[in-house]
Every structure is written in structure tokens, then in C-alpha cells.
Design a protein around this ligand. Structure first.
Ligand code: BGC
Ligand code: ZN
Length: 366
């Protein structure tokens, strides 16, 4: 069957490839699910992988099939699979368990092992194929009524986890009622996080460089009832002085400099959640004495969050459903750049590199 792959370590190596189709019985104990791939989304991680800044091939292979945001339809299930049936629409988690205690309790998203296994990213082949097989444990049912939002399930899981982790960590304060949230970045993670925080009733400012005028991302932010601000026009300090300091910041710009700038503006008792995966080598200067003092005196929390497990996928999908009910038709505006089939693969990376492009995904099958 057809697939798209890269040669990790070799920049710009994305290429089509013929690979053997997967079989149901490659998963033991009748727990296999065979899925026909309908759509696969791409994000900045795929671009970093193609630039050889990130990601590794599975042991014994010199290529990595890409694709970690998948939406598909079940074709066949093993005898012991109960929660999905042929014909069901599904998404699939990305990380697979290692050996730590967290991996054993279904929380590979917080594995304590240095080596992590992620389909389409690190040491495991991904979903940019015609079919895939996986253990039922990782296959998440997706409502047919939301199938037009298919590839948003994976990024939604990442946002759902980041927010859930912040709220759960903030139990340290006994009472935490955040009023104001800032979301840094208006890519898919920034926009979905904006929606989820609005659904929780927060006053949300979403920030990115591009000015608001004629900007689709700004428009979507406003349709979710949040405020869009361009950081090209105003500094974070000025925004904090004008609108108040945020109790929660979710950083999703992909720029580590911004992540550290956020440390200057967080409110007392606040939480700053970092979600950007930055495979580069950037070095940045910060006012460390002042920030350190303010963070100690202000009991502030810095939290890193990556990936989403089965439960976060379910929470993410639930948020997509509520979001679609609250803001009808807005979420699908994120899905800006469909590419028809693997044969147009050469268009993928240039689109991902274009800062004005919001979401690139491949329509693999109907
Ligand atoms: C993916 C996550 C993954 C992370 C780190 C992100 O792009 O969406 O599932 O854990 O990269 O590799
Ligand atoms: Zn991703």
C-alpha cells in the first residue's frame, strides 16, 4: 500500500513509498483494530521531522512513515474488541507505552523514560498510509456527526491534556478560580485551547504576531468569544497593564523565546503551561534575578505538557462537540488546506512552512 515517509537525519527527504499492508493478527489476543485511513493532519512537528531536527526511524528501518493526526473508519476488529465496530469512525493516540509505572497505568503521555515511542514521530511508523492496525486500547471512537472535524481529534487531545494538567496542578492552592487566560499562538493548538478555555468561562486573550485585520486566525478567535491581540503592535507588558495579568498562560507559539517572555507577566499564583516542541538550538536571554524573585514571591507554577492519552482524546472530542454546539461552524474554519491524495505530497512542506497557512491535511480516502 501507499505511504509517505522521511529518512530521519536527512533534511527534506519526504517521499512516497510502497509498504506492506498491516494485518489484524499482528496484534495479539484478538485486540487488533484495522482502520482505513480517511484523513491525516500535519503540523509543525512534521515539518521539524522533515528538516531532520526531530524524530527517529523505527529500529532496523532507515525510513519513518510520517503522520500522527489520523482520522479513519474501522474495517475489521479482533474477537476481543468491544468498544468499536466495523464502520465506526475513529481517531488513534500517538504514544505507545514503554516500561515505567506511568506506561503501565495507561499514562504513557507522562512516561518517566527518556525514550518515548510515538507513531509517525519517534521510533514507530505513523498513519500516513492507506490502512493501519493498532491495539484497541489506543483507538478512540469518534462521533459520526463530527466527522467533518476528523483530524482535529489529536490536537484537541493535546489541548485537553494541557488544560487538565494545569487545573489539576493548581489544586496545590486549595482554591483556584482563574479569571483571565492568555493563549500564546493562534495555530491549531492556540485556537483549540482558546475555545476550550472559553467553554470553561474564562476571559481569554489569544496572541500572535500577525495583525488582526483580514486575519482568519483573529476572526476565529473572536468567533469563540475571545480577544485577539497582535504582539507585533503591543508588548506583553503593555497588554498586561491594559487588560490585567493572566492567571493562566498556555504557550503554543513554537518559539521558546516567547515561552520565557511569558514569565514576565503571569499573575500571582498563576500557571504557565508550555506546549511548544522546539527541536532547534535557539539561545535566549532573560532577566533571571527579577523573574526568579517574582516567581518565588508569587508562588507561580511552570508546567510542561506533551501528548494526549486515550482519556485526553475523549475529553478533546467532547470539547469539539460542545464547541460545535456553542459556536456552530467555527471549528471547521480551522481546516484550511486539504491536499488530495499522497500524489500531491510535494505541496505539503511548503504549505506547512507558510505562516499564513493554518491547517494542512491529506484527504487519503472517502
Ligand atoms: C504531537 C504529540 C507529541 C509531540 C511530541 C506533537 O506534535 O501532536 O502527540 O507527543 O508532538 O513528539
Ligand atoms: Zn502534533
Amino acid at each position: 500500500m501507499k505511504a509517505l515517509a522521511v529518512r530521519p537525519g536527512t533534511p527534506h527527504s519526504l517521499h512516497p513509498r510502497e509498504i506492506p499492508p498491516p494485518t489484524l493478527d499482528s496484534i495479539p489476543n484478538g485486540r487488533g483494530v484495522l482502520v482505513k485511513v480517511l484523513q491525516v493532519g500535519l503540523d509543525a512537528t512534521d515539518m521539524e521531522i522533515n528538516e531532520a531536527q526531530y524524530g527517529n526511524a523505527p529500529a532496523g528501518d532507515d525510513y519513518l512513515v510520517i503522520g500522527h493526526e489520523v482520522f479513519g473508519r474501522v474495517e475489521q476488529v479482533g474477537a476481543h474488541v468491544k468498544h468499536v465496530r466495523p464502520g465506526d469512525y475513529v481517531a488513534c493516540t500517538v504514544r505507545r507505552p514503554g516500561k515505567s509505572i506511568y506506561d503501565h497505568i495507561g499514562r504513557s503521555d507522562i512516561t518517566s523514560e527518556e525514550t518515548y515511542f510515538e507513531r509517525g514521530i519517534n521510533l514507530l511508523h505513523g498513519f500516513m498510509t492507506e490502512y493501519f492496525v493498532d491495539d484497541a486500547e489506543f483507538v478512540v471512537k469518534y462521533p459520526e456527526k463530527l466527522k467533518h472535524l476528523g483530524v482535529l481529534a489529536e490536537p484537541a487531545s493535546v489541548c485537553a491534556k494541557a488544560i487538565q494538567q494545569a487545573y489539576s496542578a493548581q489544586h496545590r492552592l486549595q482554591v483556584w478560580e482563574p479569571q483571565r487566560a492568555w493563549v500564546m499562538g493562534a495555530g491549531q493548538i492556540g485556537l483549540l485551547t482558546t475555545m476550550m478555555l472559553k467553554l470553561r468561562g474564562l476571559d481569554v486573550c489569544t496572541m500572535a504576531r500577525t495583525p488582526a485585520e483580514g486575519n482568519l486566525k483573529a476572526d476565529i478567535v473572536e468567533q469563540f468569544g475571545a480577544r485577539y491581540l497582535s504582539t507585533r503592535e503591543t508588548s506583553l507588558a503593555d497588554i498586561a497593564a491594559r487588560h490585567g495579568r493572566p492567571d493562566l498562560i498556555v504557550e503554543a507559539t513554537g518559539n521558546s523565546h516567547v515561552a520565557f517572555q511569558c514569565m514576565n507577566v503571569l499573575n500571582l499564583n498563576g500557571a504557565l503551561v508550555l506546549t511548544s516542541v522546539t527541536g532547534g538550538t535557539r539561545v535566549t536571554e532573560i532577566e533571571s534575578d527579577r523573574i526568579n524573585l517574582e516567581w518565588v514571591l508569587g508562588n507561580k507554577l511552570l508546567l510542561g505538557s506533551v501528548n494526549g492519552n486515550f482519556r485526553h482524546f475523549q475529553e478533546g472530542i467532547a470539547a469539539l462537540a460542545l464547541g460545535e454546539a456553542m459556536y456552530p461552524g467555527v471549528l471547521e474554519r480551522i481546516l484550511t488546506h486539504p491536499i488530495q491524495g499522497f500524489e500531491n505530497y510535494a505541496r505539503l512542506m511548503p504549505l506547512l512552512a507558510d505562516a499564513n497557512v493554518l491547517k494542512v491535511y491529506v484527504n487519503v480516502a472517502e
